[in-house]
Design a protein around this ligand. Structure first.
Ligand SMILES: CC(=O)N[C@H]1[C@@H](OP(=O)(O)OP(=O)(O)OC[C@H]2O[C@@H](n3ccc(=O)[nH]c3=O)[C@H](O)[C@@H]2O)O[C@H](CO)[C@@H](O)[C@@H]1O
Ligand SMILES: C=C(OP(=O)(O)O)C(=O)O
Length: 418
């Protein structure tokens, strides 16, 4: 198993190219299943989650053409409606996103129920509720979701109790092939949802309001060949912004969009970090002291849960204290004991973590259980005195393209060893 050996204490300076968003790419790859015409996606990140999703598409008989590290043409003209097995779904929860497209296209779908994961139980009831509102019959049988609509889906009104990115994406993709209009209320407003809508519109769909609480989909449009460029990854950009901040460095993040990171930008500024847009993306710099800032994770446009662990790493060396509240997932503090191994002073109180800043972190062996927890350990290691070994690098490779190489180019000292 590979691990990263990080010698901390180096200030980062330079330029980091931000990749396409993993969490925008995954639903768009799944969306290829709703159409018999080819869909070309560009600006995909070269990360293992995308490779796994593309392998799943091949399992469904989707032909992958013109493949490069960052683009592919998905042709689902000869797609087969087979089962999504537990072994695949359990490893990557985003595979649940094939349920809506398969059901809408074939009138039936059988997908293994995803299990819980390191960050929480992550139920799929809202995905099922959305499909039921469009006329599907759903049964849970031997760990599988069996969804059927033999006469096709019909447009309807879907009202979500909680905004869910995944369930909003399921609803939009299914509604594109349903008869008539679908209204999605309390929809998730994340940029990845709006980007999926743009991709679906490029395919021929008619969708209004994506990126707001109310989305309208006119179903039944004829779909054709399409090409779409995936938006830049705001979580990757936020992670490198924190890398600059935690090392007292200066990084330009090319391709990053500050408008997708407003709440994070405000929290960073309150902590003493400068962040401003440039012609190529955004610049992040810190020269003065870091101050403790309280944050609460929220659905977009609030501070994303996917940056909570990284922000906590930053707060471990800030002056004063910081209260970090996690409101999206019930168990997303797996990084706390590992940050403590580096010398952080963190007290967990239910869904909040009180971080009292320390003068210095010291390198140690650490291990993480999920993608963002792992990267928070890398960030802390960059600021720590001495050597840190981050185990289970495969978590990082799920969502960060060349993380170690990008950091090394900006002055970090990191070795990948197996
Ligand atoms: C591939 C992808 O895009 N993953 C992102 C997506 O995950 P994902 O789409 O799974 O997350 P959701 O937005 O659906 O989850 C938001 C909240 O809704 C709850 N919920 C969700 C679905 C459901 O059927 N029932 C239910 O109760 C979840 O447990 C959670 O508390 O959004 C999360 C929240 O921004 C991010 O952390 C993930 O990185
Ligand atoms: C939690 C994440 O991804 P997923 O929803 O695929 O588990 C993430 O990207 O931080």
């Amino acid at each position: 198993m590979e691990r990263l050996v990080i010698e901390g204490g180096r200030r980062l300076e330079g330029t980091v190219q931000i990749c396409g968003a993993k969490n925008a790419s995954l639903p768009q790859i799944a969306a290829s299943l709703i159409s018999g015409a080819p869909l070309t996606l560009t600006n995909l990140p070269d990360v293992t989650d995308i490779q796994a999703m593309l392998a799943l598409m091949e399992h469904y008989g989707v032909a992958l053409g013109n493949r490069t590290a960052h683009s592919v043409t998905l042709d689902a003209g000869a797609a087969r409606n087979v089962e999504a097995p537990y072994d695949v779904v359990r490893r990557m929860r985003a595979t649940i996103l094939v349920l809506g497209p398969l059901l809408a296209r074939f009138g039936h779908a059988r997908v293994s129920m995803p299990g819980g994961c390191a960050i929480g139980a992550r139920p799929v009831d809202l995905h099922l509720k959305a499909l039921t509102a469009l006329g599907a019959t759903i049964a849970i049988d031997a760990g599988f979701i069996d969804a059927s609509a033999p006469r096709g889906l019909t447009g309807g009104r879907i009202v979500f109790g909680t905004p869910s990115m995944g369930a909003t994406e399921t609803a939009m993709m299914a509604a594109v092939l349903a008869r008539g209009e679908t209204e999605i209320m309390n929809a998730a407003r994340e940029p990845e949802v709006a980007d999926l809508a743009q991709c679906l519109c490029a395919m021929g769909a008619t969708i209004e309001g994506a990126g707001t609480h109310r989305i309208l989909v006119q179903g039944g449009a004829a779909l054709g060949p399409a090409r779409h460029e995936v938006i830049p990854d705001r979580v990757e950009a936020g992670t490198y912004a924190i890398a600059a901040a935690i090392t007292g460095g200066h990084l330009e993040l090319t391709g990053a969009r500050l408008e997708h990171l407003s709440a994070v930008g405000q929290a960073l500024e309150a902590a003493g970090v400068q962040i401003w847009p440039t012609d190529r993306g955004l610049m992040v710099s810190r020269s003065g002291p870091l101050r403790g800032v309280d944050i609460t994770t929220e659905p977009y446009p609030g501070i994303p849960t996917d940056l909570q662990a990284q922000f906590m790493a930053l707060m471990t060396i800030a002056q004063g204290a910081s209260m970090i509240r996690e409101t999206v997932f019930e168990n997303r503090f797996m990084h706390v004991p590992e940050l403590s191994r580096l010398g952080a002073n963190i007290t967990l109180q239910g869904t909040s973590a009180l971080v009292r800043g320390v003068e210095i972190l010291r390198g140690a062996q650490v291990m993480a259980t999920d993608l963002r927890a792992s990267v928070s350990l890398v960030l802390a290691a960059l600021a720590a005195e001495g050597e840190t070994v981050v185990n289970r690098v495969y978590h990082l490779d799920r969502g960060y393209e060349c993380l170690d190489r990008k950091l090394v180019r900006c002055g970090a000292q990191i070795r990948r060893v197996s």
